[in-house]
Write a protein that binds this ligand. Sequence first.
Ligand code: CA
Length: 238
Amino acid sequence: MEQRRVLLIEDDADIGHLVSLRLGRAGYVTDHALDGHIGLRLFHETHPDLVLLDIGLPGIDGWGVLERIRDISDVPVVILSARGLETEKVRGLQSGADDYITKPFGHQELVARIGAVLRRNSSHDFDQESYTDALLHIDIPRREVLVHGRSVDLTAGEFRLLLALTKHAGQVLSPEQLLELAWDDPTGIGASKVKFSILRLRRKLGSEGPATSPIEAVRGFGYRYRVLETSDLLGHSG
Ligand code: CA
């Protein structure tokens, strides 16, 4: 199997060196950029499988780098930041980052998180025509949704909501973002409407409760479609 390539954008040379070393032992090839401009150049040159992004960078900061990457790519981005503030975390996730790690972090944790993000991003397949993961298959042109191979009846609105969530799988979407993405005319519609639609959609997808549903509520922030893997669906035995 081809080695996974990680682009690390981090201005602290020591941290950069240690992380590269540790990721190398875990089987990743790491390219290290010391600032945002070099990072973006390397991004174009090396086509990484994942970006590890420091926020406090000289010149263009991590937020600017993330925005530019998101303009052109869905590559998984994990933010590394010394700022452990809840608001920073939310900003990261809402800006399209896939995970957020606060410094100082253990290298085992880092490797585990990178592995989880990469798995999450490779266990589903999205294109113009369809979406597929271990639970769902969506045929977009035919507006057909299969759960475990069985067809589910969704209203047009529920279908758009599900599509918006799966398109941004792994990312937290606020009720406002969901209104924009899934409602024809979101004017005057509030967050509670989104909540009810989510609950209805969850039921139609056949989930007994929040723990087994692919649609996760992130309290105070919004909702996230969690790509379930076969092991999640089978449950853990021992
Ligand atoms: Ca820094």
